[in-house]
Design a protein around this ligand. Sequence first.
Ligand code: FES
Length: 852
Amino acid sequence: MEFVVNGKTAKVDAGADTPAVELLREGLGLTGAKPACGSGVCGACTILVGGTPVVSCLTPGAAIEGRDVTTVEGLGGTHPVQRAFAAHDALQCGYCTPGFVVAAAAFTDRWRAAHGDVAPTRSQIARAMAGHLCRCGAYESILAAIAAACAGRHDGDDPVPARVEAWEKITGRARYTTDVRLEGQLEGVIIRATRPHARVGAVHVEGAAVAELMPADRVVRYVGQPIAAVAAPTRAAALAAAASAEVEYTPLPAALTTAEAEQPDAPVVYGSRAERRGAPKSNEAPLSPAKWQGNVRGPAAASWRAGTAMRRIDEARERGDQRLVSATFTTATQVHTAMEPHACVARWDDKGELHLHLSTQAVSAVAAEAAKRWSLKPAQIHIVADHVGGGFGSKVHITSDLVAAVELARITAAPVRVVLDRAEELTDGGSRPATRIELSLLADAGAGLAAMSLDAWSDGGTSIGSNAAALSRYIYGTAPRRLRDFDVLTHRPPAAPFRGPGGPPMAWALEQAVDEIAHRCGEDPIALRRRWDGNPKRRALYDWAAALPAWTGRQPVGSPDGRFRRGVGVAATNWLYLLDPGTEIELVVQRGVVVARTTTQDIGTGSRSVIADLVRTELGLPAGRVRVEVGRTGTVYGPASVASSATPSIGPAAIDAARRLRAALPAGPVLESLGDAEGVRVVGKRRRDRRGYVTPFPIGNLAIGRGFAGAVHLTEVEVDARLATVRVTRVWCGIAAGHIYAERLARSQCEGGIIQGIGYALFEQRHVDPATGVVLTDNLEDYRIPGIGDTPEISLHFHQEGWEHVTGHGVGLGEMSTVGMAASIGNAVHAATGWRPHDLPIRPDRLREGIS
Ligand code: FES
């Protein structure tokens, strides 16, 4: 097959049906186009054919034969849109970026030819980019970048981007694990269970190497659980081998819904103590001890004067007290679905050492786990994760892609790549558990909160880790409260920690109940929170929010009429400050450049750029004299990108390292001394906070720092009463996380968290067939995540005081930006319509029933 790619004639030996994306990536090594969804929904594989954007996953080779094809590599890094993406930080993990850039370049050229140098409106850009998805939620910056490029503001010089690796991502040069192709590499595919609960006997596969992936008891507990993996020279051959596999099942009864699972005679997911100990976890924190009864684990209690709380609530109920709000709130399962799926390329070398290219958000932790699992010394594990296409909590530990690749590589003595497809990712790639929360909140006359009772049931399939109740322990003073967490286990896929685990469902219930009390008492909801909330940092945020014109000019609850009804809602977030106290950063002078290294990774959060900026600023060096190498083992210990802990860990360590290097060099400007300092090496540490930590020693490498962080979301929605839809039009988000290490990157993080919160509130809901246990929403059409057209105008406010006791004066913020988002939308919908949503997502059928 012959075609012209980026101005050069190319020949590839492949069938006419072979998707163009495969021809380009596997045949020509042009890996800029990413095959992320496989169904033409996400746009990450967009290329230009004859100047027109097409999704190359759905374009057969025959359709590009003899045609002119342009990939992101062909834009050469000189298109105004590429400069604009760099200048506006219109990317985070960067996995969707090549697709956006290619389509945006074509749109910008067409637009300018038709309209001249005029910026299109947000909705015009959103319509043009409607076929593209970004799970990091970089939409606000993408809108700004495309508008600026169309207006001719990026025709000149290359800007200095906020993100040091921006050009690699914008030009398609950045190599992700999915792009790795080693000499002699085989492709691995996982064979997955088709029964929700069964004992597995023999597994027969013809014509391919096979590695078994089952637990010791050979029991599968959900449809989609890995059973074995096969390797073959091509993915097509591996898929064919997997499809021909014969698995012997002895079916066992299954509990496929929480209602079934709660029955006294329900089939149990875990029958023994040992099995329960091996249950996967849906949050990073250590779990409080709790009893098991069948499939129910709990209560795990975090109560404080529970008896008093219940007595007050019961008495208030008896007397019909209006200041008692009792309600049930539910949330749906939200799937991580990072744009780069779970992926691993494994290779064993002649010395028996293991080499991994891995899409991970925890290089250090996974290296330690892998060493333990395969009985290797830490120095025998070599991980490379140069670029990682998102994670959000789903890539923290050893996952099935890694185990499959390693075992197959051992069996075949060849490198093996395993990349999950989107259906696997949406089935077994991790999710936030669904929840049911029963909440009673009692206000004291004229004072504050009198009592709270919050019972949370987490529905995380085969996983445990309910913590929504525990998280409500530390907000709104010290009033008595009974807080109980339960897990209800089912034969469905396990959940995993997801950005702010437990926080969004907790806020969904609590912040709406607080709003309801304010409504019943006729009090301003911000004023009431300010009165109840003793946190001085959040009080400053309340003052900021209360002064916003959107708040002062809002209409009374439920007063808007007609088809389009606007309302404004508020929600507060209380959050922990976590850090990894063992974090180190080494600086080495090499050929006149300061090279910074640590075993952390950059999953789109900007850790590489934070280190570069701090070292450069501290030493007074120009950008080209500092290089950061992260995403690899073989250097000093670095943190996982979890729990908003990475930046408050690496920031102070980078500053400490820079100061040590300055001290190690001769007096005078550092730039002048670098030439004579070849090989000088220092290691900076994350120095202890002035007041120490809450936890006496790190738990899972993390310490809980002193003080609570906070956020306040103010959200405006427009409810279309005829179509029963909700559109978020504007969001103001105040964050009290102290010193902001890199403002542009912090903004991008928070905007992304807000977008994910909108998805949680309005669209995202995993569906599992209650009869078979099959995940039905296994593609990005049926599992809907926010697109660029769902993006509101976002204003961020950082309150930077109150963290003077913390080394570096700043704490993490990524999780806080999402926790209160859905709750603020719920309160805004109530303000617009007078109807309060209790169940997420706020689907049209629910809204229609509520407002009719
Ligand atoms: Fe778009 Fe990560 S930057 S998916």
